[in-house]
Design a protein around this ligand. Structure first.
Ligand code: UFG
Length: 338
């Protein structure tokens, strides 16, 4: 089937494009390359440069593509996603993330594309009291990033009711890791996430990792999160697209590993693979103590199952980042054993 991927040059988008192509689908990538990279677009995908805020351009691409067969499923990854940045620039986040979804939905409705896969986030849950998140839990985001994703989810649901759109909304937990080929991975500069910061420290780009807080109400005092490999996550999108095309139904699902690791546990797992320095620092504002996905619904409704664990996440991320510093490692599958 033909799949339109807005944001297909970005981190999760590019991994999804790779998995779609591996599953035999035809892929059309649409990206403004503001944070994505042209060379992260799979060579077998057709690439169109364009902005998510440009409904006319999206509709034009869908029309051009119609000549070789209509787009059956559209995916939306084209969002800003840094929590601290969203707090500092809420208007930019509402503009890009909410208005961008509105423009894309308008183009899809106009062009008769009835299936949409949407990237949402665990940030819609805010600070859940139990730590384990279920899809029907109360949503109360604590930052503009989470708010914009929740507003987008709701917009998609209303458009679904009015125009017969089927959707697959995925709420991601902590995504990390890189494709096994090491051709793509996460290489953003403006990083706040634990796994890439561990890698930067291990590769000498930072002096020390700071562990934010050791006095949380968790067994070792550090925050617990649910880390899911980007390749497992990307495969869920392929299954989501296939579900939409076959079932003509909608889904809202958590995507995580279903397992929680404390910051200390992640650091210790990484230290078994490579050395780096760390220190304890005060809590980072806004960090909930514990966030774990309940993934029963994804298992039952989509038949999805994550296969790659924390070790694979850390190894692949490390190898990818190292390959950026030592380009000869690129394409070398052997390099994955570090
Ligand atoms: N952490 C450190 N040191 C660092 C960076 C992070 O100790 O240098 C800790 C954080 O305090 C937190 C844990 O590592 O306890 C994970 O932090 P990340 O920044 O990697 O991820 P978050 O859980 O804060 O955020 C993730 C996604 C967001 C999403 C959120 C949903 O990255 O996009 O989950 O809750 F909004």
């Amino acid at each position: 089937m033909k799949v339109f991927v807005a944001g297909g040059a970005g981190y999760i988008g590019s991994h999804t494009v790779y998995e779609l192509i591996r599953a035999g689908h035809e892929v059309v990538v649409y990206d403004n390359l503001s944070t994505g990279r042209a060379n992260a677009v799979h060579p077998s995908a057709r690439f169109y440069e364009g902005d998510i805020l440009d409904k006319t351009r999206i509709a034009e691409v869908l029309e051009v593509e119609r000549a070789t067969g209509p787009v059956e499923v559209a995916m939306h990854f084209a969002a800003k996603l840094i929590v601290s940045e969203s707090v500092a620039q809420p208007l930019a986040y509402y503009h890009n993330n909410v208005e961008g979804v509105r423009q894309m939905l308008a183009a899809l409705v106009e062009s008769g594309v009835n299936n949409m896969v949407f990237s949402s986030t665990a940030a819609v849950y805010g600070e859940p009291p139990k730590g384990e998140c279920f899809e029907d839990d109360y949503t109360l985001p604590i930052n503009p990033y989470g708010e914009t994703k929740l507003a987008s989810e709701r917009m998609i649901k209303w458009v679904s009711e009015a125009h017969g759109l089927n959707f697959c909304i995925f709420r991601y937990f902590n995504v990390a890791g890189a494709d096994a080929t090491l051709e793509i991975g996460l290489d953003k500069d403006q990083l706040t996430w634990l796994v890439p910061l561990i890698m930067q420290t291990a590769l000498g780009q930072r002096d020390k990792l700071q562990i934010f807080g050791d006095d949380y109400p968790t067994p070792d005092g550090t925050c617990i999160r649910d880390y899911v490999h980007v390749t497992d996550l990307a495969k869920a999108h392929v299954q989501g697209a296939e579900y939409l095309a076959q079932e003509k139904n909608s889904l809202l699902l958590n995507l995580g590993s279903g397992k929680g690791y404390s910051v200390n546990e992640v650091v210790n797992a990484a230290l078994e693979l490579f050395p780096f320095a760390y220190e304890y620092a005060p809590r980072r504002p806004g960090d909930p103590a514990k966030l774990i996905a309940n993934i029963q619904q994804a298992r039952e409704q989509l038949g999805w199952q994550p296969y790659l664990g924390l070790k694979e996440i850390l190894q692949s991320d490390y190898s990818y980042r190292k390959s950026l510093i030592i380009p000869s490692l690129l394409h070398s599958r052997e390099s994955q054993d570090l």
